[in-house]
Design a protein around this ligand. Sequence first.
Ligand SMILES: [Zn+2]
Length: 494
Amino acid sequence: MTDSALASQNGSRVDEPVNARAGDVRTDSPPRDNAVIVHPQSTAAKRSAWRVPLLFAGIAALLSPLAGWLLSTETPIDPTNYALRTKRVLETTPLIDGHNDLPWLLRVELHNRIYDGTFDPNQRLLGHTNIGRMRQGQMGGQFWSVYVHCDAAQKHFEDPSWVVRDTLEQIDVTKRFIAEHPATFAYCDNSACIKPAFKSGRIASMLGIEGGHQLGGSIAAIRQAYALGARYITTTHNCDNAWATAGSSVAAGRPDNGLSKPFGTAYVREMNRLGMMIDLSHVSHQTMRDVPSLTRAPVIFSHSGAHAVTPHVRNVPDDVLRAVRNNGGIVMAVFVNRFLNMRDPGAVTIHDVVDHIWHLASVAGWEHVGIESDFSGTPVVPAGLEDVSKYPDLVQLLMARGATDAQIRLLVGDNLIRVWGDIERRGQEIRASGEKPVEEEWEGRTWHHAYKTSPYMLRETRGRAAREDWGEPNQFSVGKSGQHQGAVKEDKHL
Ligand SMILES: [Zn+2]
């Protein structure tokens, strides 16, 4: 989008107060305030009063790059110069994308081998993401998605599956990828890390797990994922799991059971205690409604649109947007064509994303919106938002529609940092209150450890082992090919 095309849409004040209420942001017609005032300090009277200090500041600016930068932000600019406004905002506020699936491509294309020279993110790659384009897009932070798809072979939430192993591998490769490019990326596992990383010229890099199924229905596995650095869990992906119903299940005609009871409530309790972000993108609408009614901390939607704009199950209905606003959470707008326009996904453009963001902000408030691309995870993206270099174009269009610099700062990063910080603090408070880690397990869970010969600690277990004639542990005989040959009985004298 060229500056002139943008400038033709409408003028707006750069520093209007932030609108946090639905009525303050009109979705039908943009604000018609064409005032040219761009900063309170830019009036003639104030300029004259500050002439002498400004002279000294000018001298200081020549001497100090920092002072020069500070002064430059005070310089009035034409509010319709969206390109310049965008550049300034993104130089001083980290633009954080909530979801990029590049680690999934490391898995499927490289089998997670990133050192052999096949993959160089400093080069222009196919697809949506590489370092040069992230820099062009003025990115300040990225949640890298740790994603493994649902296992269709699983008939039961506790069936043995490769998904937990593969999730560990995705955490591993994402951290190695971040560490391999220290001049570009700074690994962050807390909200306070983002701004210093950004100020040091690096892109804060965080981990989020895109599906509760990836934890094998185990709350202990959630805790360990947290210990390894994952900071959000998308409560479901496109399959139900032990704690919640997925949106895709409802779309397929199955009932919307929402959050499971009681295990889903135990999931929410532990996520709150850990200070880990509960992500409600991908869940069913009932799950979206159940979680905010229970949680003791804000919730996030890492990549969803507005249901009132496009009634796709992946999008967030208005009543849930209001719940997110009351809950202090955030909805981060998605760039996936089929969620943006169900009828004609091929016709989706950057303007559709603007429409969704505008609606999210109008209902939830500008303090509760963010951006998330799903870049490198979705094959079809909107025209005008082809890759990670295009975020500034999106910001310019939002400004052209009337968004203030303050609103843009909230949208691109400040909201996420605040919400994450609130979730962390809530977790600290809960832990400080002495609340223990959750030990509940899924109701269908069975344990395979009833052996006759174990040196039991408790009289009761020893008694049961004899009474119930518990068996011996099974071992597997592994052939030369690595295939299991079948269970064999252990020597009972061992
Ligand atoms: Zn997704």
